[in-house]
Design a binder for this molecule. Structure first.
Ligand SMILES: [Zn+2]
Length: 417
């Protein structure tokens, strides 16, 4: 029997010593190698048989690789970390088959590195250390800003492109998530995610994009330009000049700073919204589809809608808040929230919504946020004493959203009653 309990994620910065960095690098390298090896095996197998190669068949070959002279270096790292690569590759295939992402890519040493530790992680809060299998001699220095609650499910070590190390830990705390109240429209908040403002809510609040992020972005663009100039001057085949290397390093550090600032902002904003409301209504945005539109791409990445939506989803579970969504094709900005008239020719530049039917004049984004709230309640029969949302559908929903995959489908079923 499976008992549904709460999952929580923690992330801490790690400060490995030089010899630990070497062993970490071996783990990153081997995990990456196994990913690429397994991916090409799957591709090859499919070409020959038109069938998918099973994860367990791949796994069974890893011990053979360790015995073979050519790949015996795989022995130097934790074998569980190698095996742990395979379910992630399966997940990447599943996301591809369900059209949620592109075909899995080969991993490069230039990008962010990671490996997973499924078991036997030791934490020493007093010493401020984390001990990994194969690192038995000494723990890695770690700053714990808060204690981990619950039982550790998985642990992932990461190295950013700028060269900082992190550990993220997912735990299950054994408690059941709080019960959600019956959604009521008068206690619900619609949120419209925008470009000019980060978000606009149905009560008329406009949440600005953080200034800090803005100035870091400007700096980032400046360094990016300078690096591009240096690259242009650089001759193919020759190593980068010291100066260019320095700029490159600075660039990845800035990228990391922007990412951290954005994450910080998204966490604060999502927590506040979830804590202050019993029901939140959002649009089921197809972020992947939109990123393909080049003009919007930068903005979407900057504001991190996808990440924000994910945070809202799991925080709604933690705090017992309803998260309702409307379809991405519902005309939330073109409909008058007062009378339902549809303005077919609304342009992106129109900041006000002027209703030709009832005469309402509304801020465009606030109008959209109110519609997002109201559309979410279509099918929930009577707002004040609506039929309770079935526990079962909530359970499946929260289960899905707990998996760290990026594939949460919004609880459309809630809106359908
Ligand atoms: Zn109207």
């Amino acid at each position: 029997m499976y008992i549904h309990t709460m999952l929580k994620a923690y992330e801490y910065r790690l400060y490995p010593e030089e010899d630990q960095k070497i062993l970490l690098a071996k783990h990153f390298g081997c995990a990456r190698w196994v990913w690429n090896w397994a991916l090409s095996k799957k591709i090859e197998y499919y070409k020959q048989t038109k069938k998918t190669l099973n994860r367990y068949d791949i796994q069974a070959e890893i011990p053979k690789l360790k015995k073979s002279e050519e790949t015996s270096w795989l022995k130097e790292v934790n074998s569980q970390s190698l095996q742990a690569v395979l379910p992630h590759l399966d997940a990447a295939y599943n996301r591809f088959f369900s059209k949620k992402s592109n075909f899995p890519k080969f991993k490069s040493r230039k990008n962010r590195q990671s490996f997973e530790i499924p078991q036997n992680l030791e934490i020493d809060y007093e010493k401020g250390e984390i001990t990994l299998p194969k690192f038995k001699k000494k723990g890695i220095k770690c700053i714990f800003h808060r204690k981990i609650l619950g039982e550790i499910r998985t642990c992932t070590i990461k190295r950013s492109r700028a060269g900082s190390y992190y550990v993220s830990i997912l735990t299950e705390d054994g408690t059941e998530p709080p019960k959600k109240p019956v959604p009521k429209r008068n206690k619900a908040l619609g949120i419209d995610l925008g470009l000019k403002h980060f978000a606009i809510t149905s009560d008329g609040t406009k949440i600005e994009n953080p200034r800090l992020l803005d100035s870091s972005l400007k700096k980032l663009q400046r360094v990016q330009r300078s690096f591009s100039r240096k690259l242009k001057a650089h001759k193919k085949g020759e190593p980068l000049s010291n100066n260019a290397e320095k700029t490159k390093k600075k660039l990845s550090q800035l990228h990391e700073r922007v990412r951290n600032q954005r994450k910080d902002f998204l966490h604060k904003t999502s927590t506040q919204l979830i804590r202050e409301n019993q029901t939140i209504c959002i649009e089921d945005l197809n972020v992947q589809g939109m990123v393909k539109n080049k003009r919007l791409a930068r903005h979407i990445f900057d504001v991190g809608w996808g990440a924000f939506r994910q945070m809202l989803t799991y925080k709604a579970e933690w705090y017992g808040v309803n998260l309702l969504t409307i379809g991405r094709f519902d005309p939330s900005s073109k409909t008058c929230s007062a009378c339902g008239w549809i303005k077919k020719d609304l342009k992106l530049s129109d900041r006000e919504f002027v209703c030709e039917s009832c005469g309402s004049v509304l801020d465009r984004d606030v109008n959209a946020a109110i519609n997002i709230r109201d559309f979410s309640f279509i099918g929930i029969r009577n707002d004040s004493e609506s039929t309770p949302v079935s526990e079962a559908s909530l359970e499946t929903q929260s289960r899905k959203s707990d998996e760290r995959s990026h594939s949460q489908e919004a609880p459309r079923s809630l809106a359908a009653g």
